[in-house]
Write a protein that binds this ligand. Structure first.
Ligand code: GRF
Length: 203
C-alpha cells in the first residue's frame, strides 16, 4: 500500500502530533506528506510547521458548497499521490467526492467505543449514559457518520468522579497510542471488508 499519508485537522492537533512522533521514531513506516486544516490559526498547523511539514489551509468559505469543497480536497490529495488519509479532529462530515476518491483509504479517530456515542461530545454522552467503560475507536470513514468498519479500539475506565474534562484527558492519552498503531496495522495488512467487518486476508 502507498505509504504517503495526509492528516486532516481542525484544531489542537494532538493526534497529529502522535502520528508525527510515531513516524519520526520509526514506529510507523510511512511518510507524512501533507497536513490540511479547514480552519486558520489552529495549533495543529503550528505543530505541522514545527515538524517541517507542509501545512495547508483549505477554507470551506472559498467553495460554493460541501461537494465542491470535498472535491477540492480530493483533488489536492490525489495530486500529492496520497495513499492514506487520516482525519484527526477534522470537524466536518466527509462527503461522497472525497470518500469515492479514497475508498477505504480514510481513517478517523473517535473518542468513544463505537457504535456507542457517535457524533459530537462523545465523552459527555458517555458520562450522561452512566457507562463504566468508554474509550477510543479508529475506523474507516464511510458516508455514515462514525459508522465505518472498525480498525482498532481501546478501552478506558469511567470513574465515579469523572467530569467531561477528566474523562476526555484519559481517553486522549489512549488515542495517542491507538492512532499510530491503527495506521501501522492498516498499512501493513492486506484487508478486505466483510459486511461491517474489516478482516485480514489470509495469505
Ligand atoms: C480527539 O478527541 C478525537 O478523537 C476527536 O477530536 C479530538 C481531536 O483532538 N475526533 P486533537 O485535535 O487531535 O488534539
Amino acid at each position: 500500500m502507498n505509504r504517503r499519508l495526509a492528516v486532516l485537522i481542525s484544531g489542537r492537533g494532538s493526534n497529529l502530533q502522535s502520528i508525527i512522533d510515531a513516524i519520526q521514531g520509526g514506529a510507523v513506516a510511512a511518510s507524512l506528506e501533507l497536513v490540511i486544516s479547514n480552519r486558520t490559526d489552529v495549533a495543529g498547523l503550528e505543530r505541522a510547521r514545527a515538524a517541517g511539514l507542509e501545512a495547508i489551509v483549505l477554507s470551506p468559505s472559498d467553495y460554493p458548497d460541501r461537494d465542491a469543497y470535498d472535491a477540492a480536497l480530493a483533488d489536492l490529495l490525489r495530486r500529492r499521490d496520497i495513499g492514506l488519509v487520516c482525519l484527526a479532529g477534522f470537524m466536518r462530515l466527509v462527503g461522497r467526492p472525497l470518500i469515492d476518491a479514497f475508498p477505504n483509504r480514510i481513517l478517523n479517530i473517535h473518542p468513544s467505543l463505537l457504535p456507542s456515542f457517535p457524533g459530537l461530545q462523545a465523552q459527555r454522552q458517555a458520562l450522561q449514559h452512566g457507562v463504566r467503560v468508554s474509550g477510543a475507536t479508529v475506523h474507516l470513514v464511510t458516508s455514515e457518520l462514525d459508522n465505518g468498519p472498525i480498525v482498532a479500539q481501546s478501552v478506558v475506565p469511567v470513574l465515579d468522579d469523572d467530569t467531561v474534562e477528566t474523562l476526555s484527558a484519559r481517553i486522549l492519552v489512549e488515542e495517542h497510542r491507538l492512532y499510530p498503531e491503527a495506521i501501522r496495522r492498516v498499512l501493513e495488512g492486506d484487508w478486505l471488508i466483510e459486511g461491517r467487518r474489516l478482516v485480514r486476508r489470509r495469505p
